[in-house]
Design a protein around this ligand. Structure first.
Ligand SMILES: Nc1ncnc2c1ncn2[C@@H]1O[C@H](COP(=O)(O)OP(=O)(O)OP(=O)(O)O)[C@@H](O)[C@H]1O
Ligand SMILES: [Mg+2]
Length: 383
């Protein structure tokens, strides 16, 4: 079922080479009622998987720590797509101690930037006075994403002011040349307008369409993939599909990167929206189901450990308090524990010892001072 191109080409010059840059038509996609028929089943499946994830999320005593950890996981995976190699433990210990562990500081920074950016985005759209989903909001997320070591020279927080190409070693043999930079502001205006306009298409499909359109516009010098994936979570919340950022497509997009890129191309050159939607829906179902399982596994881990701790004769109020902190703070140090629980070193030490004996806490590395302890079985479920 081959269709037409979904935009027009403009001949432009990059680095002295003449190339055809693609300017996409505004959304929505031009499809008929019949086209959508094949999507009904997969859409319902994806919706059901998300509903189950939502429920599993509600089952947790505190949603916050689940999200907190998952946002970290998404950040890690997202940056791995870029080649960053920081582990979950590296990131958590960096937040705790300011030291990156075994990873490069730039790698860890990239991950923590991602967390700041997505938290900022959700904070804005959830607040009355906050920005709605808009170019401005995405720019602000981008600014946070690109802060520091690696991003500083990539025009953080603003649309690109030069032409770029994707794939290949030079403009002339590239896979895709996004719109000339002069067109980006108008294209982003269209996209923003579409997000807030009425459209009968299912919100999951609208989300898929908006993500693809953003990648095709490629508004930034770098970080377009990450901003585009963040936008998926924001749109799912905006359209009341999933209120909290519990769904992370990065794993799926990474595992199926070739197909993912191929669909981006096929929509452009052949109008293959339906194939892209199917790919996106399949990913949504898969990822939602596995996140649901993780949520359940985390819940039973915490429940089981709590039971173990309460059954222990030598347990103390402080040990229980410390334990309840762990889901949100899976890596701790002695100074942190004394501070958070407002207690003395010996009391904190005893609580840490007990949790260690029960296999709840484990020492990370072999430092003599300011040792790091992690809630190991819990972190294992998240990595
Ligand atoms: N042929 C293509 N057409 C349109 N978009 C593409 C194509 N190939 C890749 N992309 C998009 O470009 C993104 C990469 O762009 P960029 O390097 O600016 O983002 P990033 O966040 O730094 O990288 P990543 O997505 O790899 O983490 C990919 O994630 C994908 O969404
Ligand atoms: Mg990049």
């Amino acid at each position: 079922m081959s269709r037409d191109e979904t935009g027009r080409y403009i001949t432009t010059t990059i680095a002295g080479e003449s190339v055809r840059a693609f300017v996409p038509d505004p959304l929505p996609p031009k499809l008929s009622k019949n086209d959508f028929a094949t999507l009904d089943g997969p859409t319902q499946d994806a919706e059901a998987a998300i509903a189950r994830l939502r429920l599993a999320g509600e089952m947790l005593p505190s949603l916050d720590w689940f999200i907190y950890s998952f946002v970290r996981k998404e950040a890690l995976l997202s940056s791995e797509i870029e080649g960053t190699q920081a582990t979950l433990t590296d990131v958590l210990s960096y937040e705790q101690t300011g030291q990156p562990g075994n990873a490069e500081i730039a790698d860890v920074e990239e991950v923590t930037n991602y967390i700041k950016a997505i938290n900022f985005g959700f904070g804005e759209i959830k607040s009355e006075e906050g920005l709605p989903i808009s170019t401005r909001l995405l720019d602000q997320c981008h600014r946070r994403l690109m802060q520091g070591v690696r991003g500083a020279n990539r025009q953080p927080g603003e649309a690109r002011r030069s032409n770029v190409w994707i794939g290949g070693t030079r403009p002339g043999n590239s896979v895709f040349v996004p719109s000339p930079h002069q067109d980006v502001p108008a294209l982003m205006d269209d996209l923003q307008r579409y997000i807030h306009a009425d459209d009968a298409m299912h919100p999951l499909l609208r989300t898929a369409a908006v993500h693809l359109q953003l990648e095709t516009i490629h508004p930034y010098l770098d970080g377009n993939g990450r901003v585009g994936r963040m936008l998926i979570s924001l749109l799912l919340a905006h359209w009341d599909i999933l209120p909290s950022p519990l769904l992370y497509l990065s794993v799926y997009l990474k595992e199926n990167q070739q197909d993912y890129y191929a669909w981006l191309n096929k929509v452009r050159t052949e109008g293959e929206w339906i194939g892209w939607f199917q790919f996106f829906l399949r990913g949504t179902s898969t990822v939602a189901s596995s996140a649901e399982q993780t949520a359940r596994a985390l819940y039973s881990q915490v429940t089981q450990d709590r039971k173990k701790l309460l059954a222990e004769d030598s347990t103390t109020v402080f040990a229980i308090k410390l334990f309840e902190m762990l889901p949100e703070q899976p890596i701790v140090t002695m100074p942190l524990v004394t501070k958070l629980m407002q207690t003395t070193k010996p009391t904190a030490g005893k609580a840490i010892d007990l949790l260690q004996q029960l296999g709840i806490l484990a020492e990370v590395g072999e430092k003599k001072r300011d040792r790091l302890y992690s809630y190991k079985p819990y972190l294992a479920l998240l990595s």
